[in-house]
Design a protein around this ligand. Sequence first.
Ligand code: 13P
Length: 341
Amino acid sequence: MSDRLEDIAAAIVAEGKGLLAADESSGTIKKRFDVIGVESTADSRRDYREMMFRATEAMKNYISGVILYDETIRQEGADGTPLVDLIKASGAIPGIKVDAGAKPLAGFIGDTITEGLDGLRERLADYYKLGARFAKWRAVIDIDTGRGVPSATAISSNTHALARYAALCQEAGIVPIVEPEVLMDGSHDIDTCYEVSKATLIKLYDELHAARVVLEGTILKPNMVIAGRKSGKTNSPDEVAEKTIKLFRQTVPVAVPGIAFLSGGQEDEEATANLNAINAIGPHPWKLTFSYGRALQAAPQKAWGGNRSNVAAAQAAFTHRAHMNHLAALGEWKASLEQAA
Ligand code: 13P
């Protein structure tokens, strides 16, 4: 495979393919395992992820790349094969989460700043040797309008950090996935999500330009425009699609080859239906696909439950969600296909 940034970015958003976000930190994966009653150990985390990476049909046909966590990129499967080699053998590209998580932003109650820039140049060189050809950095923008969250400072600090991260990635030959996540946890309505996402993306592309990041060698990983969970409102896929595309037309340069959404707490089918609606109102100047964590993994986690004898069922559940999202990336998904499975 070519090592040009533009070619890697194009491969990440290849027609009908998307990313598997399997980069949960040890703290986050423990929370997911708690739900299914599995103890989180280095071996159980390995077994679980190896199960997905060995789901050949899904990995070959629907998954362009996998975002890994530091532990996983160094792990070997039960038979000694490096997990990175399993991913590469399926034709998918290994990627790596490189941020160190969101911490409280000093002086701004309710805002966070994502850390991890110190020593990043050296870590990227190490990850490149381990096989990573793209990376991910997640900035977290919460919405709590009553408290003035997010502040302008939270947006400028987080997008500045994203730009510094992206420049370092490109220097290392690694495609930066730039993720400014406007959370859908709050009680805000869809128009507030639109406004905060717009302010964030305008500032983000300002910062990326200032940092001399080559947009053709980047991928944007955004939230969809959607009401906060605590608002009690659900938006139709058509409304989400219309407002999300309106937002991108106003803010995302067409030099960006692709946009790969996070699922952010949407239900599995909701995330698929919304992605499908977004693609159904195309054509668009960018590829629009998935980079889902929870919306790809909730079903296989439940089916697996930490039990070896459930591996085939868990792989089938993962393959089904990957297939449905593949169709949504093409705008060809239908709700009836969910029942059929
Ligand atoms: P979710 O799809 O579960 O939001 O995770 C995607 C991700 O990588 C968040 O950083």
